[in-house]
Design a protein around this ligand. Structure first.
Ligand SMILES: Nc1nc2c(c(=O)[nH]1)N[C@H]1C(S)=C(S)[C@@H](COP(=O)(O)O)O[C@H]1N2
Ligand SMILES: [Mo]
Length: 171
C-alpha cells in the first residue's frame, strides 16, 4: 500500500466515526426531549391538572437516598431526584384531609392506593424522575419512568409504582 492510500483510508475512517458520533448525539437529544415533555395528571375535588416535568421540578426538587428493591436482587441504596407528591396537590389547589385515599395509576395498568397520612408525611412519598443523576428512562427502554413513586419509609417495593401517569385524591 502506498502512503496516499493509507492517508485516504484514515480520512474515510475518521469521517465515518464522526458521522456516527453526530447521529448518536441527535438520538440522545431526542430521548431527553421526550422526557422533558412527560406529563403527570393530578386529580381530585373536581380539579384536573397536567404537570410537565419542567413544572414538577419547580415544586421543590430534592435529592434523597432510598433503598431500591428489584425482584431477584439484594436491596441497593440509590440517590433519587424528585418532588414530594403533596406539593403537586398543593399547587393544583387540592386540599388533602385525613382519612382520604390517593390512587396512583401507571401506563401498564398497575394501580396502587396510598393513605392521605402517607402522602402528608414529611420526606416520605416522592414523585421521582432521576436515579443517581440520570433520567429514570421509560417502560420501552427498560427503565422505570419517566415518573416513579418512591416511598422512602416503605420496606417493600410493590408500592414503588413505575411509569406513573395519574395521581388522584379520592374524596
Ligand atoms: N407500573 C408498575 N410499577 C411497579 C410494578 C409493576 O408491575 N408495574 N411492580 C412493583 C413490584 S411488585 C416491585 S418489586 C417493584 C420493582 O419491580 P422490578 O422487580 O420489576 O424492578 O416495582 C413495583 N412497581
Ligand atoms: Mo415485587
Amino acid at each position: 500500500m502506498n502512503k496516499n492510500t493509507i492517508i485516504i483510508i484514515i480520512v474515510v475512517l475518521v469521517l465515518v466515526v464522526g458521522v456516527f458520533a453526530y447521529l448518536n448525539r441527535d438520538l440522545i437529544a431526542d430521548k431527553k426531549e421526550i422526557n422533558e415533555s412527560a406529563e403527570v395528571l393530578i386529580r381530585g375535588q373536581d380539579v384536573e391538572k397536567q404537570f410537565t416535568l419542567d413544572e414538577v421540578r419547580k415544586l421543590g426538587e430534592k435529592e434523597f437516598t432510598a433503598d431500591l428493591k428489584s425482584s431477584g436482587n439484594p436491596s441497593e441504596e440509590h440517590t433519587y431526584t424528585g418532588v414530594p407528591v403533596k406539593n403537586l396537590f398543593e399547587q393544583a389547589g387540592i386540599d388533602i384531609k385525613e382519612q382520604e385515599q390517593v390512587t396512583i395509576r401507571s401506563v401498564d395498568g398497575y394501580t396502587i392506593a396510598l393513605s392521605s397520612e402517607d402522602i402528608l408525611d414529611d420526606d416520605n412519598v416522592y414523585i421521582a424522575y432521576k436515579i443517581d443523576g440520570d433520567s429514570l428512562g421509560t417502560r420501552e427502554d427498560g427503565g422505570s419512568g419517566p415518573y416513579q413513586i418512591i416511598i422512602r419509609k416503605d420496606p417493600f417495593s410493590q408500592r414503588w409504582a413505575k411509569f406513573v401517569v395519574e395521581i388522584e385524591l379520592n374524596d
